[in-house]
Ligand binder design. Structure first.
Ligand code: KG4
Ligand code: ZN
Length: 329
């Protein structure tokens, strides 16, 4: 069963063809990062327009490079939320028309479930239940996956998302957007233990996260030390270490408490090499299995949408395609 996936929730226009929810036949991703870079962040209206301009072409390339014809497609899956409403509507309207024209089912996909599903594509068969950590530009979520449509949420952020913290701190250090890759790069030349930035705990729930205090601590540190000369690589490395510490610590704690020895990482921040390294070391120490997707499947892509779309269409779970921009996990 070949599913065409479409993803336009943020600043990547992506289309993919996935066979039986596992084999990626194509995964075309057109990033708008160069368009938004000069604004230091994503401008929603510009994102919608850019999706509109490229969606048809991206879908055609995805079908062509999968080596199939339109008539080979058995269903269409499209991200229905959460995301930018205008951007989502471009993908949803296109997918709706496309599915209608080939008379095949259409599934509206929760973007967050799709990020988690990225770990079930190609090769790695992660067994459920598992503990998942979703860390992206818009979300920091920790939970337990019991089935393809059953996700229990243990914790989330009370302020900034992990990726958002990377982006904001990069900006105040004068690094380019997106901040995550920029911080990782410069941090490799710094000392992660030079500055002991705060690792905030949230009183109401030990699985919740808070990154705004950390961001403010970096801001004050920069202000106090810029005259005497700042060691930017070490500031970046110390900040990164604080984020990584918190994410790793809380996820492993959840895994041990719930007795679930599989941990799955996903979302753009899961590209971070220090995060992957620390998780690998700490999981080994605690006898836990660790899974994370390849880099191109961590950030926004349509293969993850097509993959979970297969499961949803096969099980007849959902055929809703209205935009739900604030959809929760
Ligand atoms: O999942 P994603 O592509 O889009 C959202 O759904 O938000 O994640 C984008 C986020 C951005 O905040 C970006 O700075 C962060 O992922 N990111 C990273 C790295 N690569 C991307 N953060 C830390 N280290 C990285 N290597
Ligand atoms: Zn995403």
């Amino acid at each position: 069963m070949k599913i065409l996936g479409i993803e336009t929730s943020c600043d990547e226009t992506s289309a993919a063809v996935v066979s039986d929810g596992k084999d990626i036949l194509s995964n075309v991703i057109s990033s708008q990062v160069d368009i938004h870079k000069r604004f230091g962040g994503i401008v929603p209206e510009i994102a919608s327009r850019a999706h509109l301009e490229s969606i048809e072409n991206i879908v055609n390339i995805a079908i062509e490079s999968a080596g199939i014809s339109i008539l080979d497609i058995d269903g269409v899956a499209v991200t229905k939320g959460p995301g930018l409403i205008g951007a989502l509507l471009v993908g949803i309207s296109f997918a709706e028309g496309f599915a209608e024209s080939i008379n095949k089912p259409l599934a509206g996909i929760n973007h967050l479930h799709a990020h988690i599903y990225a770990n079930l594509l190609s090769g790695t068969a992660v067994k459920m239940p598992f503990i998942w950590l979703l860390v992206s530009g818009g979300h920091t979520l920790l939970g337990i996956a019991e089935d393809i449509n059953k996700y229990e949420l243990l914790g989330t952020t009370v302020d900034d998302a992990a990726g958002e913290a990377f982006d904001k701190v990069a900006k105040l250090l004068g690094l380019e957007y997106p901040g995550g890759p920029a911080i990782q790069k410069i941090a490799s030349a710094g000392d992660p233990f030079l500055i002991d930035f705060p690792r905030a705990k949230v009183k109401k729930n030990r699985y919740f996260f808070s990154f705004s205090g950390l961001k403010t601590a970096v801001l004050y540190y920069v202000r106090e030390n810029e005259k005497s000369g700042l060691d930017i690589p070490s500031v970046a490395a110390s900040f990164q270490e604080a984020v990584v510490d918190v994410l790793t610590g809380r996820t492993i704690e959840a895994s041990l408490e719930y007795g679930i020895n599989r941990i799955v990482l996903c979302g753009g921040v899961a590209c971070n090499s220090r995060l992957r390294e620390k998780f690998s070391v700490d999981c080994r120490k605690n006898n836990l299995e660790l899974f994370f997707p390849s880099f191109d499947l961590c950030t926004d892509n349509a293969a993850m949408v097509a993959g979970i779309g297969f499961e949803i269409i096969k099980r007849g779970l959902n055929s809703s395609f209205c935009a739900e921009p604030n959809l929760k996990i």
